[in-house]
Design a protein around this ligand. Structure first.
Ligand code: NOJ
Ligand code: CA
Length: 560
């Protein structure tokens, strides 16, 4: 068994409904995804994170579930899902699924029953108030689209709590039966063969909400309890959580007060995400250096998941207002590119002006920093967004497989597609698609394949430590290193446009045949590391040492 496989994984996230449609109804499905597993295996990803797979009225792209024990019939059957797990496993790819248990859809039979009568066995599964709560208009996650967090239900004759949209009533974690049900749901999917869960909205799952008290206490023991349960059912299962909280609160999500890492295995690194965007906008690595320095040290065994893009807006709420403006000015200059007063609803390629050198730089940086990299579908070919679509849908358009009709995504009538295909000149499927990039060895897709393969030969990246190498450098340059018992990798990134030369001669004594393994172009040999050239937006990955005597059991690479 691979110890902590997740810290050496490369994660790829996708929505089944926009990935590949096998039966021509215009909606991506599980057999369609199975048909594309070889593509994903070649790309080198070792874990898929599937956005919600459950039946849903689809008012929040599946994050409003009506049945936790099934898959959305539009995607296929549970049998298809089991086949997906089998086929993915054959290719060394693990599958984790979104677990959206802070709330249900208001159409879920539990809520339908709960609202129907105060005597319903499900009434206390949700959070109610008989009178209008004074904090009704506080704590909205989607300002502009959501106007309150308590809504009146005429059927129930009471107010119910919903941290998100009004059609997503919150479950009450204080209720023993709710907690038991969550465990049952997790057991069910683990038994079927998923490798773990991306847990949605964790800070809100664990809140003890009381009307009139906007800052509710959090019950972190719930996380310890769920972790223990999951681990008994499947020893190597992972809990990867969405918890976008202040840095000083982070540790509580990983470990108990005694410092034992017995809660969530991984958190998305929202702090680093905002800092990366700020650093790219300023062409100055300082915000990333600060993030590496200031983030609290993780308890042993815990890890970060890094990302540049996910399925939501880029959330810049952890930056100051002035910093946010700097990022907006560069990457979201027009009002309709922004969302909720805190974020940007764009993909990375258009944000970076479709500059191939800058896209490579950004992804090289993300993939070599601490933690496990997560890649959003379509980013590997440089897809764009469709700002004519509502809100976050702008970045949820169908995968562009080829220049055939509907981008090879579906044979349906274009009017029946789950979402329109991007077809503008620069990012349209005629220009940006997998098939064309497959034929072109110099394509972005080809680069991603090489980059990911190279990363997988360097298990210390992600699993080991990640530190800023604090040496004098020209402006715009970041030097960092990854170390563990398996070896050491050194990375140079130039976030600016000016070519530079970096002197890392002091590291030479500690190196063992330093060798460049990836770079944006052919540079002169690394020599004694004392005159390393770096072009504008350039990057170089240098293996400093490989500890060939490291233990084959704990040091082996993950997956296939
Ligand atoms: C966070 C998810 O990432 C987002 O897409 C969703 O709308 C909310 N949670 C509500 O489930
Ligand atoms: Ca379909």
């Amino acid at each position: 068994m691979n110890d902590r496989w997740f810290s050496k994984a490369v994660v790829y996230c996708l929505d089944i409904d926009t990935f590949a449609d096998s039966n021509g109804d215009g909606i991506g499905d599980i057999p369609g995804l199975i048909g594309r597993l070889d593509y994903l295996a070649r790309l080198g990803v070792t874990c898929l994170w599937l956005h919600p797979v459950h039946p849903s009225p689809g008012r929040d792209d599946g994050y409003d579930v009506t049945d936790f024990y099934n898959v959305d019939p539009r995607f296929g059957t549970l049998g298809d899902f089991a086949e997906l797990l089998h086929q993915a496993g054959d290719r060394g790819i693990r599958v984790i699924i979104d677990l959206v248990v802070n709330h249900t859809s208001d159409q879920h039979p539990w809520f339908q029953s709960a609202r129907s009568s105060p005597d319903s066995p499900y009434r206390d599964w949700y959070v109610w108030s008989d009178t209008e709560p004074s904090d009704r208009h506080q704590g909205m996650v989607f300002p502009g689209e959501q106007h309150e967090t308590w809504s009146y239900d005429r059927r129930a004759k009471a107010w119910y709590y919903h941290r998100f949209y009004r059609f997503q009533p919150d479950l009450d974690i204080r209720n023993e039966q709710v907690r038991a049900e969550l465990k049952k749901i997790m057991s069910f999917w683990l038994q079927l063969g998923v490798a773990g869960f991306r847990m949605d909205a964790v800070p809100f799952i664990i809140e003890h909400t009381t009307p009139g008290q906007p800052s509710s206490p959090k019950d972190f023991d719930v996380l310890t309890d769920l972790r223990q349960h999951v681990q008994w059912r499947r020893g190597d299962a992972v809990l990867l959580a969405e918890a976008n909280v202040e840095p000083d609160e982070l540790v509580d999500y990983f470990a108990d007060a005694g410092g034992s890492a017995n809660r969530l295995h991984m958190l998305f690194d929202f702090m680093l995400n905002g800092r990366l965007l700020l650093a790219l906008a300023r062409q100055d690595p300082e915000p990333v250096i600060e993030a590496l320095r200031d983030t609290p040290a993780l308890p042993a065994g815990a890890s970060w998941a890094t990302f540049l893009r996910n399925h939501d807006e880029i959330d810049l709420s952890r930056l100051t207002a002035a910093q946010r403006e700097e990022v907006y000015a560069q990457f979201g200059p027009e009002e309709h590119m922004r969302l909720y007063g805190r974020g940007i609803r764009r993909r990375l390629a258009p944000m970076l002006g479709n500059d191939r050198r800058r896209i490579e730089l950004a992804y090289s940086l993300q993939f070599t920093l601490r933690g496990t990299p997560v890649l959003r579908y379509g980013e590997e070919i440089g897809m764009g967004e469709d700002l004519s679509l509502d809100g976050r849908e702008a970045i949820r358009t169908p995968m562009q497989w080829s220049s055939l009709r509907n981008a090879g995504f579906s044979t349906a009538d274009p009017a029946d597609l789950v979402r329109p295909i991007i077809d503008d000149d620069e990012y349209g499927y005629g220009t940006v698609n997998v098939t064309a990039q497959r034929r072109d060895r110099g394509s972005l897709l080809g680069w991603f394949e090489r980059m990911i393969r190279t990363l997988r030969e360097a298990p210390e990246v992600g699993a080991g430590s990640c530190t800023h190498v604090d040496v004098p450098t020209p402006p715009g340059i970041l030097v960092h290193r990854a170390d563990d018992h398996s070896g050491t990798m050194l990375f140079l990134h130039n976030l600016g446009t000016e070519p530079a030369t970096v002197d890392l001669g002091d590291l030479y004594d500690d190196a063992e045949l330093p060798t460049e393994v990836l770079a944006d172009q052919d540079y002169p040999p690394v020599g004694k590391l004392d005159a390393l050239d770096l072009d504008g937006f350039g990057y170089r990955w240098i293996r400093l040492r490989l500890n060939s005597h490291h233990s084959p059991i704990t040091g082996s690479t993950s997956g296939m």
